[in-house]
Design a protein around this ligand. Structure first.
Ligand SMILES: [Zn+2]
Ligand SMILES: [Zn+2]
Length: 285
């Protein structure tokens, strides 16, 4: 189990590995395009080489891309649905050029269509994203939080989207993985506050989705309480999950093969180093 954080790629993706190393990351995550919208900046061969060289130089074992925030595969608007799937496909291709291991995205919300229509749109979108894709960056659905008709906030909904996509096209079998965000899962009602609750939540995940599909963990404490359906990240130990939960997560045998990425607040330059130190200490136990 290796630890990292979401790192700024301001000024070019090749700047991120050095910043990751500086705060104590062993792996890192970044945005490869403006998260609020706009086109992806071009990637030159020089930049791609500099990114890969810097990952080696600064001892970053793996890297991951977070898709932009405006993605909605369940929108009633064609332009939003198709724009979302094409942006994700671009990110997968860009990630493959950079040697990035995973790309994760939130699925969106079916606020202006029925829940059934929403899932149908998502399955079509997942098919569009992955159809003919030959790259090496693997696509992950991130468990979401939030009120209303947000899609992908329960294990059975995630399982349904994946299984229906695989059924639609056999070639997509095992192509879709899952990113488990502790804050989102907790806000969606899955307890993680101590060893027994972490075990129970993972048992449930295994039963519904399958632990083999779990590829990465976003490690965030939650300002909101269990099942409050609010997406508010907090520093480890300062939220409603608490340190006991994160200690249990780091020491859960079924998670040993996975890496953890912080998306905790960055109010001061000391925040990431402090949160990473907490995780590294748990790993020694
Ligand atoms: Zn996350
Ligand atoms: Zn979040």
């Amino acid at each position: 189990m290796l630890f990292g954080s979401h790192i700024s790629a301001a000024g070019g993706v090749d700047k991120a590995p050095g910043r990751a190393r500086e705060v104590g990351c062993e792996v890192f995550q970044f945005f490869s395009r403006p998260p609020q919208g706009g086109p992806a900046p071009g990637l030159t061969m020089v930049q791609i080489k500099a990114f890969k060289d810097n990952c080696k130089k600064f001892k970053q074992v793996e890297s991951y891309i977070h898709a932009p925030y405006y993605i909605n595969l369940a929108s009633s608007k064609n332009t939003v649905r198709y724009g979302s799937s094409s942006a994700i496909r671009q990110e997968l291709e860009r990630g493959s050029q950079l040697g990035v291991k995973y790309l994760m995205t939130h699925i969106g919300s079916s606020r202006d269509v029925s829940a059934k229509q929403g899932i149908d749109y998502v399955v079509e979108g997942l098919d569009r994203i992955l159809d003919g894709y030959q790259g090496t960056t693997q696509f992950l659905i991130e468990i979401s939080a939030g009120a209303g008709k947000v899609i992908g906030d329960t294990f059975d909904e995630i399982a349904e989207m994946i299984k229906r996509t695989e059924k639609k096209k056999a070639a997509l079998k095992n192509k879709i993985g899952v990113c488990f965000d502790t804050c989102h899962a907790f806000a969606s009602g899955y307890d993680l506050r101590d060893k027994p609750s972490v075990k129970k939540t993972l048992d449930e995940f295994d039963k519904q989705v399958g632990l083999a599909r779990l590829k990465l963990i976003h490690c965030n404490d939650s300002m909101a309480g269990l099942g409050e359906h609010k997406d508010r990240h907090e520093h480890l130990g300062k939220g409603k999950i608490g340190l006991k939960g994160f200690e249990a997560l780091v020491n859960e045998p079924r998670l040993k093969r996975l890496n953890l990425v912080l998306e905790t607040p960055k109010d001061t330059p000391q925040d990431d180093p402090r949160n990473l130190k907490i995780l590294k200490k748990f790993r020694l136990n």
